[in-house]
Structures are given as structure tokens and as C-alpha cells.
Design a protein around this ligand. Sequence first.
Ligand SMILES: Nc1ncnc2c1ncn2[C@@H]1O[C@H](COP(=O)(O)OP(=O)(O)O)[C@@H](O)[C@H]1O
Ligand SMILES: [Mg+2]
Length: 229
Amino acid sequence: MIRLRDVTVAVPVPGHPAKTLLAGITADLDERRVAVIGANGSGKSTLLRLLNGLIVPTEGTVVVDGLDVAQNGRAVRAQVGFVFTDPLAQLVMATPLDDVALSLRASIRPRQERMRRARALLAERGLDGVAEQSVYALSGGERQLVALTAVLAVNPSIVVADEPTTLLDLRNRNRFLRELAALDQQVVFSTHDLEFAATADRILVIDGGRISFDGRPGPAVAHYRAAMG
Ligand SMILES: Nc1ncnc2c1ncn2[C@@H]1O[C@H](COP(=O)(O)OP(=O)(O)O)[C@@H](O)[C@H]1O
Ligand SMILES: [Mg+2]
């Protein structure tokens, strides 16, 4: 359950009035799959980062599973997994195995058991063959699946994904979409891939930091296409 109420995000600009990145954002997001679309710089990433407290609102409130993100950043981040466009932004360990094991550190203390579990989670995504390779030796598609595996290892209730397929070729994009579709978690994602967006139950169209359309995929994509000319 995600509740955004009259959310504004503004950042200080030295010598100038504050720059408003988002304004007047109000939405209850309860659907299983919610897509966010909009032009470059429209505010998609800012909106998604609000959902796990990476950014806190300047005005208004963001409440996730009953927790106000401004007061409960750490608890919210335990509930909301975040997948970045570039998986290298979040893969901090040298190998997939170590990276997924790092995610499991709080929940499984004994090292051997933790490594076994990490290996099993990677195998579930067909990544057992690359578990001990350098993350730099993986394909972009494999890296993004490792990042997703690491995020899911802590059992989040919500997965937020910011343009997760932008760097992937079609085969890897399709593979990633299949993995995402199979998740029990609520997924909120941004994308420029309108076919991917149309798989959502609901689409928010962002334009200049505001929601310009909020509704079913068909009319939302039509609205966006018309607005982009
Ligand atoms: N920390 C920041 N300081 C100043 N401007 C920012 C900051 N973060 C984002 N912006 C600006 O806010 C706007 C929205 O950014 P963003 O949410 O990343 O858009 P999108 O993800 O839709 O491309 C852009 O114009 C961007 O340059
Ligand atoms: Mg962005």
C-alpha cells in the first residue's frame, strides 16, 4: 500500500529560487503492477525514489505499508526493494554469489548456510553458471537478473524498478520481464518501453513534475503519445 498525499519535491539552487522536481502528487497505489512513464527529466526517478525514502518530500507525505518514509527510512527500505537502471550501481561485491550473500547477511548468520541459500536463489533464475564469475564479466542482462535476485533476497513487499530494461537487448529485456511478471510482490516501475508499460494495471504519466494522466494503460499510452507529438 503506497499513499502519496500532496507531495512536492523541491531542491535548493544557490542564488535562485528552489527548483521544483515534483508538485501536487496525490495517488493511492494498490495495483499489483504500476508503471510510470514520461519524458526525460519529467520526474519519474524522483517519484520512484520517494517510495523507498531515498528522497523525502519537501511537502506532503509518502506512506508505505503504514510507514511514513520521512520518519522510517530504514524500515521502509527493508520493505521496498529498488532496482536501478544500471545494475552496477547496486552490485557492490565482486561476484553474484557474494552479492546475493551480502543481502542475506541479516537473515542467515551461519556463512555456509548463507552461501548455500545465495547459490539456490541464483539457480532459481538460471544464474548458477555465473555465480562465481566477476560481475564485470556478465552480460548486462545477467547483471540485471543478479541485481533483482539480490533485491528479492531480503523479501521486500514492494519492488520499485527505475527503467530496469533500458540497458538490455530485446532477449534480455524479455527475460527480465518474465521474471518480473512472476513476482508476487507489488511492482512499481518506470520505462520508456510502452509495450512494457502496457503490461501494468495502471499507468501514471508524468509531465513537468506533475501527474498529467492516471489510469488504464490504453488511454494512458494514448495520452502520452499525443502529448509527445
Ligand atoms: N538533486 C537534484 N538537484 C537538482 N535537480 C535535480 C536533482 N535530481 C533531479 N533533478 C532534476 O529534476 C528533473 C527530474 O529528474 P528525474 O526525476 O531524474 O527525471 P526522469 O527520471 O523522468 O528523467 C530533471 O530536470 C533533473 O535534472
Ligand atoms: Mg530517470
